[in-house]
Design a protein around this ligand. Structure first.
Ligand SMILES: C[S@@+](CC[C@H](N)C(=O)[O-])C[C@H]1O[C@@H](n2cnc3c(N)ncnc32)[C@H](O)[C@@H]1O
Length: 211
């Protein structure tokens, strides 16, 4: 029997709960790597598909994959024919040939992937990303915090991760040090780190063909 879908109940409310906090980070993502018309863009763990909308608007060819059928239902309702959406089993190969995408993005997903599977998750993203393309990894960051927002957001994050049932993933992700060491374990190098949310989150630009 397949594992139950942790987003079965919350998918319908997800955007109302999360978008107020997430919208600013999505805008920063578009500044860090401005999408170009005609690009092939992949969103791994696309959830409700909201993060794909700006790439559709920029005339990119967009693909979203997720392990949650409930989240993908929301994405299908939002994007219709404008995106190629796929339901995957955790750890399944991405549905694309090598060197296919100009940009592959994953937003607030890596900390939900089981610790031992995280380097392989990134290596699989790298496989389907063109050698001259880029990976954009957006997730929690565990360095020094900034201003009053940093500590407040870190506390709020820990509470939300407990309530959402993802706390063990968050804790193991924190213990691992986050994106830079996981990328290194996958043989990938972080080219740029853009810190947001008072230091609680960052956008990491990663080259898929790190020598
Ligand atoms: C916190 S939500 C973020 C959704 C979306 N990326 C966003 O920014 O709104 C995490 C998403 O990652 C998905 N996910 C978790 N593990 C995954 C995996 N191994 N492969 C693909 N998607 C995964 C979940 O089903 C969920 O939709």
């Amino acid at each position: 029997m397949p594992p139950s879908d942790p987003y079965r109940r919350s998918a319908r409310y997800y955007d109302r709960l999360v978008e107020p906090m997430q919208a600013g980070v999505r805008n920063v993502a578009l500044e860090v790597i401005p999408p170009q018309p005609g690009w092939r863009v992949l969103d791994v763990g696309c959830g409700t598909g909201t993060g794909l909308l700006p790439y559709v608007a920029a005339d990119c060819e967009v693909t979203g994959v997720d392990v949650s059928g409930a989240m993908l239902e929301q994405a299908a309702a939002r994007l219709g024919e404008r995106a190629d959406l796929h339901l995957l089993a955790a750890g399944e190969a991405l549905p694309a040939a090598d060197d296919h995408f100009d940009l592959s993005v994953t937003t607030m997903v890596l900390h939900e992937v089981p610790a031992e599977a995280r380097p392989a998750f990134l290596a699989e993203m790298a496989r389907v990303t063109k050698a001259e393309g880029r990976m954009l990894l957006i997730d929690f960051r565990f360095g020094s915090l900034r201003g009053w927002r940093g500590p407040a957001l870190r506390t709020a994050t820990a509470v939300m991760e407990r309530l959402s049932g993802h706390y063990s993933g968050y804790r193991s992700y924190k213990a691992s040090g986050g994106v830079p060491p996981i990328s290194a374990a996958a043989g990938l190098e972080v080219e740029r780190e853009k810190i947001v949310a008072g230091g609680n989150m960052a956008l990491y630009v990663v080259r898929p063909n790190t020598p």
